[in-house]
Structure formats: C-alpha cells, structure tokens
Design a binder for this molecule. Structure first.
Ligand code: ISL
Ligand code: CA
Length: 558
C-alpha cells in the first residue's frame, strides 16, 4: 500500500465541529459566541477531541450564517472580538487542543470591500476581475446556470452585466483565474496561520475552477454544476495553495467537495500530490432521498449506504488517499433521527452509529450534539426555520403549487436547521445555551442534555469518549487495513481491521428487530475479548448468533 502510511499528528485525532452561533452564548443575546466556546473548551477536552473546527466567524451580514464573508481579517461583532479569539486560541493550545478555521474562498459576501468597489467604480475597479462578471444575452442572464439554493445563478450588477452566484445572491463567486485574487487569498491564509491556527476546512473548494466558456447546461442539477465542480484548473490551484501556504506550517487541510468519487478523492489527498490532507464527501448521506429528491423523505436504503462507505474505504485506502469519517455536519439532519431510532433504541442506535464510523480508517468528525445523540429540530411551522436554503425551497415549492403539508414534511426531514438548533447543555429553560430567546428555537427533544450524559456512566457521551481513546491508543485503527465480511447483508456491516499481526472484528447492525445470523469469522481465528459493545454481554468467547436491535460489537481476535 503506497501513499498514506506516514504518521501525521492529525491521523489519530478526532475533529469536533463547533457551529458557534448555536454552541454557547456567553453574554445572553441569544447567539453563541467565542467566549462561549472558550468556556466549553474543558468539556471538549474531557470528550477527547483534538481538533476543534469552528464554522466561519468572520465579519458577515450572516445571510448564510457566516459563509458569506465580508471581511476575512476580522471577527464578526456577533461572536466577539479578535482579542476574544486570540484568548480562546491561546487557551485551546494550553489544553492541547488545535483550532481549525473554516474558510470560504469560492465566494464572498456582496458586502465585501472588493465587491463594493466594483459597485462604485464598475469596469475601472481594480477588483473588477475578482468576480465572475459577464454581459447578459438580450436582457437575459449570460447562461442558464442555477443556484444551489434555488433559482437562477446570476444577478444583475450594473448596465447589462451580471455576476455569478452558485449559492445565495449575496454570495458572489470569486474569479480564481485572476492571479492577484489568488495572491490576496493566500496572503489572508498566512495571516491566520501566523496567528497560530492549526489548519483550514476549505468550504466548497472544488468549485473554484470554472470552465471558462460558460455554456448553457441541460444535464446537471443544479444546471451548470458539471462545468464548475472539479473544474479544469482545480489541481493546479490546490497545488499552488499548498506550495505557497500549507507547506510552510504544520497545518491540516480538509476540503469540502461535491460531485466526488473515490478516485477523485485519491487525486486530491494523496500525499505525493501536495494538495489537501483529506476531503469531505457526502455520497452516503443521500440514501434516504425519495427518487433522488432531497426534499422528499424516503426510507433509508441502508444496504446502499454500507456499500458506498465500504467502497470508499477500500478504494481510497488502497489508492493511498485519506478519508474523513462523517455522519453529520451543520448542513445535515441529525444522524440518529435519520438512520437510528429516536425513542426506544435512542442510546443503543446512537452508539452503534458512532462505532460503525469511528472504527473505520480515516479521520473521524463529531458534530456538536452528536456526542449526546441530539435529534432533529421537530419544528412544525416554516416560521420556526431560519436557514436561507429552507426558506427558498419552501417558497419555490409553494409557487409550484405544492401542498403546504407536503412541503413541510420535506423541510422537517432535510432542513439544515435540524443540525443547527442550540446545543442542549441542561434541561433548564434555554437549555443552558442562553438565558435569552435563542436565535433559532431549541429542538423539541429537550430531554437530551450534556448534564444527564455526564452523570450517566453508560451514556452516548462516554461511548464517544471511549472511541476517541481507542483511536489514540491503537495504531490498528489509524493504519490498519480494512476488510469487509458478510458482503451483501441488508442491515449488517461486518468488517475487520488488521495491523502488524493484530486483528479486530467490528459488527454493526442497522435495524430495530432481533434477528439470527451466522456471523463469519476470518479463517483460523477465534475471539480473544470484547473491546467495545452497546449491550451488556456475559458471553465474550463465542460470536453471537442472536443479534439484538442496533447491536454493535468490537472483538479482538486471535
Ligand atoms: O447544504 C447542502 C446540503 O447538504 C449542500 O448542498 C451545501 O450547500 C454544500 O455542501 C456546500 O456547503 C457549504 O457551502 C455553503 C454553505 O451554505 C454551507 O453551510 C457550507 O457547508 C455555501 O458557502
Ligand atoms: Ca452571545
């Protein structure tokens, strides 16, 4: 196996994603902030996470919760000050925690000074080539490309000129063809790395190179995507970024990417290619869309999900790339609501999902609240939702004449606000998040709290803590080969990890009914001991035949 066998500080670490707006409010304005994160660093330390990825906190009008950056060099007042940030960073480092900044370089807010300068100076602006600006065609936009958030992807700028926005119309796409734009971006990255941050999560990074003929598209959805995802100069730009920025620091980089497959992931993450350390891909999180439509709830196809994850493990590992291991982020519904069980098997299913992901090869990510099994928001009315994407989709479907109850069913299931409701620290009013009305309502299941999780020795929290420790203390989890057994089962995912003569056996069952199944052991091996499970077990020497709802076991074999 060539490629990713080298030891790196981020390979046995677990990343914890903080969505600052919803994590901890320190000054009772209903909005989470930097001092709130600072306060909770000991909690993250207790959990065992090594790297804290914080979603954007730069100056921003917050139309897309900070993914619309107006000033890369400053902290938004909502979250505090640069001094607060510096103190938080210092404290994190004292505790041995690393900070990963989220950086958005595919687009800026239309309030960014570069864009504002164009509004004033038009073609004469020195930033004119920083954005993608094209003349319209007979009073229509330059082509038919659509926005990911619904509707046309172009907005009038001045005279007959339009600018491209792949996301909201207040998020103008940057023109990476411009050498001076690229230099300005690298300069800004140096600013944060010199401050001492430990790495970057690069938002939608594989969209930065657009095919330059800007032709109409009738094939991809949204229209245009195939002309800008993994575009022609993508590898060149990432290599340049690596050469000019990453290479000079002991930092980690993770690229958020769409339209991915394992081969592309290998190309982006193979250490010999000098691009990024790892990427996010979300293929396995689309298996519950009904007929491919994200906004219509279907039955999750577990078999397909396991097959996808299995395929990524095998291919990316063999090709010398590196995987990120992810169930949820701030754009996704809660995983227990989706693939687990919200009621009777809440705890066991949450633990099973955690084990299935954390025993794989790659770097695991935990999204705030995942470690206590937080669930979807459960909001009933569109007024409770704040996300620009949910609101746009609601309007779009309403205009198309769809029934409100149908639309709301889809939004309740897929809205990005499911993952964005405030962190539930306690069961007091405000959930220990804030004493004021939070910017986004607290989820319906207020009984799931950090306070309870810390008291209960058998909680989901402590299960995650064990998983993190296992990875830290066992090289087999970091470097060991992955191999699937019992290929083709609809609900059981069985795999081994093997390293230096050691062999671990992982069984996860994704259903709420007891079944019997002959679990195969690799030839010539027997069980030495149980390393982790989510049920009390008396017999540790034989492999179970009766498999209980959402059961999960990790054995060490001999
Ligand atoms: O939200 C989505 C559905 O899961 C995705 O289509 C998402 O828009 C895409 O993964 C890109 O996400 C990132 O960039 C967006 C921002 O709104 C997201 O929050 C961010 O994670 C634009 O900056
Ligand atoms: Ca606050």
């Amino acid at each position: 196996m060539e490629g990713n066998t080298k030891m790196e500080w981020w390979k046995n670490a677990c990343v914890y994603q903080v969505y600052p707006k919803s994590f901890q409010d320190s000054n009772d304005d209903g909005i989470g902030d930097i001092n709130g994160i600072h306060m909770r660093l000991p909690y993250l330390k207790k959990l065992g996470a090594k790297i804290i990825w914080i979603t954007p906190m730069y100056t921003s009008p917050q139309n897309d919760n900070g993914y619309d950056i107006a000033d890369y060099y400053n902290i938004d007042r909502l979250f505090g000050t640069m001094e607060d940030f510096d103190l938080m960073l210092e404290e994190a480092h004292l505790l041995g925690l690393k900070i990963m900044m989220d950086i958005v370089v595919n687009h800026t807010s239309t309030q960014h000074a570069w864009f504002q300068d164009i509004l004033i100076n038009k073609e004469k602006s020195s930033y004119y080539d920083y954005y993608i600006i094209k003349p319209g065609k007979n009073g229509n936009p330059p082509n038919n490309w659509e926005s990911m958030f619904g509707g046309i992807g172009w907005e009038p700028l001045f005279d007959d000129y339009y600018y491209l926005h792949v996301f909201d119309k207040t998020q103008a796409d940057l023109n990476w063809e411009s050498e001076s734009l690229r230099q300005d971006i690298y300069k800004m990255m140096h600013f944060w790395l010199k401050k001492g941050v430990d790495g970057f999560r690069l938002d939608v990074i594989n969209l930065i190179s657009k095919q330059q003929d800007f032709q109409d598209d009738s094939m991809s959805s949204p229209k245009g995507k195939r002309f800008y995802a993994n575009g022609p100069r993508m590898h060149e730009f990432l290599k340049e970024m690596h050469e000019q920025v990453f290479k000079h620091y002991p930092c980690v980089s993770v690229g958020e990417m769409m339209s991915m497959d394992p081969q592309k992931a290998i190309d982006y993450t193979h250490p010999n290619n000098n691009e990024v350390d790892m990427i996010f891909s979300f293929q396995h999180l689309k298996v519950d869309y009904k007929d491919g439509d994200r906004w219509t709830k279907g039955q999750p196809n577990i078999k397909e999900m396991i097959n996808i994850l299995d395929h990524w493990q095998k291919s990316v590992n063999d090709g010398g790339g590196w995987n990120s291991l992810v169930w949820i982020n701030h754009d996704q519904p809660r995983v227990v609501s989706r693939f687990g069980n919200e009621h009777k098997y809440h705890k066991v299913s949450a633990k099973m999902l955690a084990t299935a992901m954390h025993l794989l090869k790659g770097t695991p990510y935990i999204y705030q609240g995942e470690e206590i099994g937080m669930l979807n928001a459960g909001f009933k009315s569109i007024d409770s939702y704040k996300d620009v994407e949910s609101i746009n989709i609601y309007q779009k479907r309403l205009d198309a004449g769809e029934e409100v109850s149908k639309i709301m069913e889809g939004i309740a299931y897929q809205s990005r606000d499911n993952g964005r409701t405030p962190m539930q620290w306690t069961d007091e009013l405000g959930s220990g998040f804030s004493n004021k009305k939070p910017w986004l309502a607290i989820g319906e299941r207020k009984d799931i709290t950090v306070k309870d999780a810390l008291i209960d020795e058998d909680s989901i929290f402590y299960h995650y803590q064990k998983l993190i420790q296992l990875r830290e203390n066992n090289e087999i989890l970091v470097y060991g080969d992955y191999n699937r057994l019992l290929v083709d089962h609809d609900y059981i995912w069985c795999y081994t990890r093997a390293y230096n003569g050691e062999l671990w056996y992982v069984m996860n069952y994704f259903k709420d009914e007891t079944i019997t199944c002959d679990l195969p052991l690799p030839k010539g091996s027997t069980i030495e001991k149980i390393i982790l499970s989510n049920y009390e077990d008396s017999d540790v020497t034989v492999i179970r035949k009766r498999i209980r709802p959402f059961e999960s076991i990790v054995y060490k074999l001999k």
